[in-house]
Design a protein around this ligand. Structure first.
Ligand SMILES: *[C@@H]1O[C@H](CO)[C@@H](O)[C@H](O)[C@H]1NC(C)=O
Ligand SMILES: *[C@@H]1O[C@H](CO)[C@@H](O)[C@H](O)[C@H]1NC(C)=O
Ligand SMILES: *[C@@H]1O[C@H](CO)[C@@H](O)[C@H](O)[C@H]1NC(C)=O
Ligand SMILES: *[C@@H]1O[C@H](CO)[C@@H](O)[C@H](O)[C@H]1NC(C)=O
Ligand SMILES: *[C@@H]1O[C@H](CO)[C@@H](O)[C@H](O)[C@H]1NC(C)=O
Ligand SMILES: *[C@@H]1O[C@H](CO)[C@@H](O)[C@H](O)[C@H]1NC(C)=O
Ligand SMILES: *[C@@H]1O[C@H](CO)[C@@H](O)[C@H](O)[C@H]1NC(C)=O
Length: 814
C-alpha cells in the first residue's frame, strides 16, 4: 500500500518535472491558433532569446502584447498595441484565417491588428531568432508582414532606420511616453536623408541631438563606435548615386552578446549590451539633449564651436576668425545667438583673396542645407570647388575611408551650426579673410624695457646667425636655460608661429615645433583669454618652480616668455612624442612598436616621476597618456605638471577642470584634491597601457579589468597587438594588480585606501612582496553635480592639427 502511494507520488513528480519538456513554448501561431493573457501563453523564439506575450509596464495595470528579451523580461523592445491598451487580462492574440494578427479584448472586439491580410499563401506567424515577428508567405523566405517594419523605441540587429524612396516608407524609433506607458512619446530618432545621412534625435519637431554625418565608417560624432564595430558592424545604404533606399542598421557577428539601441522617454539614445555574467545591461554609448557639455543641438549658435573640455567658458567658443555676435549675451551664458565674422570676406565673381583654415577633430556641422557630392575624388578638388564659389563658407571630405585620401565633398553655404570638437579624424575647412592669416600682431603695450631687451637680443641673434657657428648659438641657448627669452627668438624658432609648425592643439594652447641652431624645442603658446587672472599673476612664479624641477622622468622646461599678449613655455622636444600615439594607435604596427618590456619600463618611469613630484609637494592633477612624453630612448617623461594651476582659481574650486576618465571619483564628487587623485589617474593610465583601451572609449574599463583579473584572465586583458608577453606575463599581472589597488574608491571603506606613489614604486620594483586584494572599482562615468570637467590644454587627439608636414599627423600633446 505504502509502496503504491510512493510510486504514485514519484509518477506525479515526474509528470510535473517533465511537463515543460513535453510542451516547450512554440515559436509559431498557425492559422486559427491563439494566445490568451489569462492562460499566460507566450511564443518563444527557437533559440530561446526572445519571448512574445502579454505584459504590464512598470506600475501600470493595463495589458499590452509585447516582445522582450527572455533573459531580461522587463526589457520590452516591441509593443503591438502601444496606443490601444487592454484594461484587463481577458485579451487574446489570434492569427486568424485571413492570416492577420489580431488582438481581441474580452468582448472579442478587435483592439489592434497587423493590418495585413496574408491570404491563403500565409502559413504561420513566427517569432524568429532575430527577435523579428513575421508572417511568412508559405515556405518562401519573403515576409508578408514583420514587426521590424514597425519599430517601437528599440533598434535590434538587422532592423533599419531611414526611408524607402520608392514607397515613401519610413522607419524611425519613438520613445515611450513614460516608463509605465508605451504609447509614442515626445522623442524620435530618425535617419535624416538630406545632406549626408545622419541620425537625429527629435523632441517633437525640434532637433535635440545629431550623431554627425556618416563618414563611410561610422557616424562622425560617435567615434567610439569604431571600438565596437567589429562586434556590431554598421551598414548604411544611400551614399551611392541614386539610391532607392537610405537606411541605417547594424548586425551582430555570431557569438556577439545581445545588444539594442533604445531611445528612452527622457530623450537619451543609448546602445546597451547584455553582460551575461552580471545579468545586467552595459551602456556602450549614450547621447541625448540633456548632456551638459556639447550634445544639445546648436548649443553655441551659428559659427560657434563647442569644446566639451572647456567648462570654464561654458563649453562655447567661436570659430577662429569669429567673435560673439553679442558680448553681453555671451557673458550671460546665452550662446545661441552665435558668432559673427571679424573680417569680411573678399570674393567677387570668383575672384578672391580668402583662404581656408582647418578646424581639426570635429563633429561636422549640420549638413541639412549643405551641397554633397560623393563623387569628388580628392580633398583638393573639393577645396577648388569651394574656392571658386563665393557663397561657399566651408568644406569637408564626406568619406574618410581612404585614410589619407579623403573623398567626397560637402560644401556649406549658410550658417555652420552644431559644430563641436570630438575625438574624430574629421576636419572642417573654414573660409576666412586673408587678414586672419597674418602673423599675430605685435605686443600692444610694450614697455621700453621690453623693446630695449628685444632689440638687443634681436641684434645678438642676427649677429649670431650670421657670424658665429651654430655651436656658439647652442652655447648661448644653454646659458639661457631656465630664463625668460625674447619673443623674437621664439618667433625665429617657430617660423613666426607658422601653421606648418603646429604639432598639437588644445583648448588652452597650441604647440609648435621650434628649431634653432640645430636644436629642437616644443613651444607651447598659451591661449591668453583662457588663463585665470590669478594664473596670469602666478605665471612667473609657476614657471620658476617648474624650471627648478629636474628629474629624468619629467619633461624639462627650458625657457619661458611673457611679452604683451604672448604667454609661452618652451620644453625640450621629445623625439617620440607622446605615449597615446602608441598605445591607442590604429595601426597594429604602431602598437607593437612599444613591446611589453618597454611598456613596463615606461610604467616604472611614470611612477618614479610622479613620486618625485609628490615628494616636491606637487600634485600633477592631469596625468594621462597625452601628457607622458617619450624620449628618443623611450624613456617616459611627464609633462604639463603645474601648468594646470595657471588655469585654475583655487585648489578646491568646484569648477575645476581635468580630463574626464582620469579624475578620481572623490575629486568629482567633493572637489578634494590630494596626491591620491594622481594615484588614481596613474592606475587608469597603467590599465590603458596594458590593455590598449581608452578609458573614455570604454567607461567600464576598470570594472572589466577587475573582473578579468579576478578570473586570472590576464591575457584577455592585454593588448593583442603588442604580441605575446611570454615570461613577462607575471610582471604584467602584477602591474594590473597594482593598477587595481590604485583605482580603488577609499570611500567604500578606509582600509581600501589607495597606496601612495612611493608604495607603488616599491611594489613595482619588488617582484615577490605580498599585495593586498583590490576592491571592485566603482563606475565613474562623469562629473558630479558641482564639478565640471575640462582638460587643461591638451584634449589629446581631439584637436590635432593635420597640416601638411610629415610630423604633423603626430600628436605632440605637449
Ligand atoms: C483559442 O485556442 C484554444 C485552443 O488552443 C481553443 O480551444 C479556443 O477555442 C480558441 N479560442 C478562439 C476564440 O479562437
Ligand atoms: C521576470 O523574471 C523575474 C525573475 O526571473 C520573475 O520573478 C518575474 O516573475 C518575471 N516576470 C514576468 C512578467 O514574467
Ligand atoms: C507569395 O508566394 C507566392 C508563391 O511563392 C507568390 O506567387 C506570391 O506573389 C507571394 N505573395 C506575396 C504577397 O508576396
Ligand atoms: C534613460 O537613459 C539614461 C541613460 O542610460 C538613463 O540615465 C536614464 O535613467 C534613463 N531614463 C529612464 C527613465 O529609464
Ligand atoms: C536650412 O535652411 C532652412 C531654410 O532656409 C533654415 O530654416 C534652416 O535653419 C537651415 N538649417 C541650417 C542647419 O542651416
Ligand atoms: C555656389 O554654390 C551654391 C550652393 O551649392 C549653388 O547654388 C550656386 O549655384 C553656386 N554658384 C556658382 C557660381 O557655382
Ligand atoms: C591613396 O591613393 C593612392 C593611389 O590611389 C594609393 O596608392 C594609396 O595607398 C592610398 N592611400 C591610402 C592611405 O589609402
Amino acid at each position: 500500500m505504502r509502496q503504491t502511494s510512493q510510486l504514485l507520488l514519484l509518477l506525479f513528480l515526474a509528470c510535473i518535472l517533465l511537463l515543460p519538456i513535453q510542451a516547450p513554448a512554440a515559436d509559431k501561431l498557425q492559422k486559427g491558433q491563439n494566445l490568451t493573457d489569462s492562460g499566460g501563453d507566450t511564443l518563444v523564439s527557437a533559440g530561446g532569446s526572445f519571448t512574445l506575450g502579454f505584459f504590464s509596464p512598470g506600475v501600470s495595470t493595463k495589458r499590452y502584447v509585447g516582445i522582450w528579451f527572455s533573459v531580461s523580461n522587463d526589457t520590452v523592445y516591441w509593443v503591438a498595441n502601444r496606443d490601444q491598451p487592454l484594461v484587463d487580462k481577458s485579451g487574446m492574440l489570434v492569427f486568424n484565417d485571413a492570416a492577420t494578427l489580431v488582438l481581441l479584448d474580452g468582448a472579442r472586439r478587435t483592439v489592434w491588428s497587423s493590418d495585413f491580410a496574408g491570404g491563403t499563401s500565409a502559413s504561420a506567424a513566427q517569432l524568429l531568432d532575430s527577435g523579428n515577428l513575421v508572417v511568412r508567405n508559405g515556405s518562401s523566405v519573403a515576409y508578408l508582414w514583420q514587426s521590424f517594419d514597425y519599430p517601437s523605441d528599440t533598434l535590434l540587429p538587422s532592423m533599419k532606420l531611414g526611408k524607402n524612396l520608392w514607397t515613401g516608407t519610413e522607419w524611425q524609433l519613438t520613445s515611450w511616453r513614460s516608463a509605465d506607458d508605451p504609447s509614442p512619446g515626445e522623442y524620435r530618432r530618425t535617419l535624416e536623408t538630406k545632406g549626408l545621412p545622419e541620425l537625429v534625435l527629435w523632441r517633437g519637431n525640434v532637433k535635440t541631438h545629431r550623431s554627425g554625418p556618416y563618414n563611410g565608417l561610422y557616424f562622425n560624432g560617435v567615434p567610439e563606435a569604431s571600438t565596437y564595430m567589429n562586434m556590431y558592424p554598421l551598414h548604411v545604404t544611400g551614399l551611392t548615386a541614386r539610391p532607392t533606399e537610405i537606411t541605417y542598421g547594424y548586425t551582430a557577428v555570431p557569438g556577439a552578446p545581445l545588444t539594442r539601441v533604445v531611445v528612452n522617454h527622457t530623450g537619451v539614445a543609448e546602445r546597451l549590451v547584455w553582460n551575461a555574467d552580471t545579468g545586467a545591461w552595459i551602456s556602450f554609448f549614450s547621447r541625448g539633449a540633456r548632456d551638459v557639455t556639447c550634445d544639445a543641438y546648436g548649443k553655441c549658435g551659428a559659427f560657434g564651436l563647442c569644446d566639451p573640455e572647456a567648462a570654464l567658458s561654458g563649453f562655447c567658443g567661436c570659430l577662429p576668425g569669429f567673435r560673439p555676435a553679442s558680448t553681453s549675451a555671451w557673458q550671460m551664458k546665452q550662446y545661441v545667438g552665435g558668432c559673427q565674422r571679424d573680417a569680411v570676406l573678399e570674393c567677387r565673381a570668383g575672384k578672391t583673396t580668402d583662404r581656408f583654415k582647418v578646424v581639426s577633430g570635429v563633429k561636422l556641422p549640420d549638413t541639412q542645407n549643405a551641397t554633397v557630392d560623393i563623387d569628388v575624388a580628392t580633398l583638393e578638388e573639393c577645396e577648388a570647388r569651394c574656392y571658386a564659389n563665393c557663397s561657399c563658407l566651408a568644406y569637408s571630405a564626406a568619406d574618410i575611408r581612404g585614410g589619407g585620401n579623403r573623398s567626397g565633398c560637402v560644401l556649406w553655404t549658410d550658417a555652420i551650426v552644431d559644430l563641436r570638437l570630438i575625438d574624430s579624424k574629421q576636419d572642417l575647412y573654414l573660409r576666412l579673410s586673408k587678414s586672419e592669416f597674418g602673423g599675430p600682431s605685435v605686443s600692444v603695450f610694450p614697455t621700453w624695457i621690453i623693446i630695449g631687451v628685444s632689440v638687443a637680443l634681436i641684434i645678438i641673434l642676427v649677429l649670431l646667425a650670421f657670424w658665429f657657428s651654430t655651436s656658439i648659438g647652442q652655447l648661448i641657448l644653454w646659458l639661457l636655460e631656465g630664463h625668460a627669452v625674447c619673443l623674437c627668438i621664439i618667433r625665429k624658432a617657430t617660423g613666426n608661429f607658422s601653421e606648418e609648425n603646429i604639432i598639437g592643439r588644445g583648448g588652452f594652447s597650441d604647440v609648435y615645433m621650434g628649431r634653432l641652431f640645430g636644436r629642437e624645442f616644443a613651444v607651447k603658446r598659451l591661449i591668453r583669454v583662457r588663463l585665470t587672472d590669478k594664473g596670469k599673476q602666478d605665471f612667473k612664479r609657476e614657471v620658476k618652480m617648474m624650471s627648478t624641477l629636474t628629474h629624468v622622468n619629467l619633461a624639462k622646461l627650458l625657457y619661458h616668455c611673457r611679452e604683451g599678449n604672448e604667454w609661452i613655455l618652451v620644453y625640450e622636444y621629445m623625439e617620440n612624442k607622446s605615449l597615446n600615439r602608441y598605445i591607442f594607435a590604429e595601426q597594429n604596427e604602431d602598437r607593437s612598436s612599444l613591446n611589453w618590456a618597454q611598456r613596463l619600463e615606461i610604467i616604472h618611469g611614470i611612477a618614479v616621476g610622479v613620486e618625485y613630484l609628490h615628494g616636491m609637494g606637487f600634485v600633477h592633477r592631469d596625468l594621462k597618456p597625452g601628457n607622458i612624453l617619450l624620449s628618443d630612448t623611450w624613456k617616459s617623461k611627464i609633462a604639463d605638471f603645474t601648468t594646470a594651476k595657471l588655469f585654475i582659481e583655487e585648489e578646491t574650486d568646484p569648477t575645476v577642470v581635468l580630463t574626464p576618465g582620469y579624475v578620481a571619483p572623490e575629486y568629482l564628487s567633493e572637489g578634494t584634491l590630494t596626491i591620491k587623485c594622481d594615484v588614481y589617474s596613474f592606475g587608469v593610465v597603467l590599465l590603458e597601457i596594458v590593455t590598449g583601451t581608452k578609458r573614455t572609449g570604454m567607461p567600464t574599463l576598470l570594472v572589466h579589468a577587475w573582473e578579468l583579473w579576478n578570473r586570472r584572465d590576464i591575457e584577455g586583458l592585454l593588448d593583442q597587438a603588442v604580441g605575446e608577453p611570454g615570461e613577462l606575463l607575471s610582471a604584467l599581472a602584477r602591474c594590473i594588480h597594482i593598477a587595481l589597488l590604485c583605482v580603488q574608491n577609499p570611500h567604500q571603506s578606509p582600509e581600501e585606501d589607495r597606496p601612495s606613489m612611493s608604495q607603488v614604486v616599491a611594489m613595482l620594483t619588488s617582484t615577490n612582496s605580498q599585495l593586498r586584494m583590490p576592491s571592485k572599482p566603482t563606475a565613474n562615468r562623469g562629473a558630479g553635480p558641482s564639478v565640471q570637467l575640462i582638460s587643461d590644454d591638451t584634449p589629446g587627439p581631439s584637436t590635432i592639427s593635420r597640416s601638411a608636414s610629415p610630423a604633423a599627423n603626430a600628436v605632440y600633446d605637449s
